[in-house]
Design a protein around this ligand. Structure first.
Ligand SMILES: NC(=O)c1ccc[n+]([C@@H]2O[C@H](COP(=O)([O-])OP(=O)(O)OC[C@H]3O[C@@H](n4cnc5c(N)ncnc54)[C@H](OP(=O)(O)O)[C@@H]3O)[C@@H](O)[C@H]2O)c1
Length: 246
């Protein structure tokens, strides 16, 4: 029987690259997110490459929807071995102008969504004495950047959630790690990429002087999800062209 993974936010961007990478490695993937059409496109691409994928429309902020996702994934693909908490949103705003609705929206998706999915996965991993979760944090959870107080705080929460849960799960043989992406060209930074001056400023801060390719991130997620030793847990690996090292 093949390994089964749940990937949230799998319809585009980094989540799509991760889902395709896991599927290419022989994992059956449950694709979760709100935009069903995008998820179905990814499912088609995976199937065309000979892989197995299943679409389940899910809002990760909704506890019942998340419970339904895990039940459906199990029913369709078998026991879940891997969870990738990738669904996330960002917003650029100085703190003095930051609206409380925006703060809540960011924390609901990036932190509550990760909590709800990890709780469902963890209940199953505890019973089976195995399982792996990989959380998609951000370099902005490791360093402070003006305009990203809410997003950076939410990603800092992802990183310390990873440590605490890894310590809990190690007692029963499951692992949780995180990756902290730097800049990768996806919808999340489309506005920034359209602004030449802002982009030039960003590239000056990145020692590699370029954005990452989503496949470079997916490669590290595959390693943590499928190949890393069990003794590696609670860690956050930055994949950022050196951005967080300077
Ligand atoms: N791209 C970068 O440079 C970068 C850098 C650091 C960290 N990250 C992180 O990487 C992750 C993926 O981002 P991306 O760059 O691929 O952005 P993206 O292209 O905007 O994709 C975000 C994904 O999250 C899903 N999502 C958002 N809210 C959701 C919800 N409530 N329920 C379920 N799914 C939801 C979206 O699907 P629907 O809208 O269809 O639900 C979409 O598939 C995020 O956690 C982001 O913070 C990205």
């Amino acid at each position: 029987m093949s390994t089964v993974a749940v990937v949230t936010g799998a319809g585009r961007g980094l989540g799509e690259a991760i889902a395709r990478e896991l599927a290419a490695a022989g994992t059956a993937v449950a694709l979760a997110g709100r935009s069903v059409e995008q998820l179905e496109q990814v499912q088609k691409a995976i199937e065309a490459e000979g892989g197995k994928a299943f679409v389940h429309p899910t809002d990760v902020t909704d506890a019942d929807a998340v419970a339904g996702l895990f039940r459906a994934a199990e029913g369709e693909l078998g026991a879940v071995d891997v969870l990738v908490n990738n669904a996330g949103i960002a917003a650029l705003s100085n703190l003095v102008d930051l609206d409380e609705g925006e703060w809540d929206r960011i924390f609901d998706t990036n932190v509550r969504g990760m909590f709800l999915c990890s709780r469902e996965a963890g209940r199953r991993f505890a019973k089976r004495g195995q399982g792996r979760a990989v959380n998609i944090a951000s370099v902005f959870g490791l360093v402070g950047r003006p305009g990203y107080s809410a997003y950076g705080a939410s990603k800092g929460a992802v990183i310390n959630f990873t440590r605490a849960v890894a310590a809990e799960w190690a007692r029963f043989g499951a692992q949780m790690n995180a990756v902290a992406p730097g800049y990768f060209a996806t919808d999340i930074n489309a506005e920034l990429r359209a602004d030449e001056a802002a982009m030039a400023k960003v590239l000056r801060r990145i020692p590699a002087h370029r954005m990452g390719d989503p496949d470079e991130l997916a490669n590290v997620v595959r390693y943590l999800a499928l190949e890393a030793p069990d003794f590696l847990t609670g860690q956050t690996i930055a994949v950022d062209g050196g951005e967080s090292s300077v």
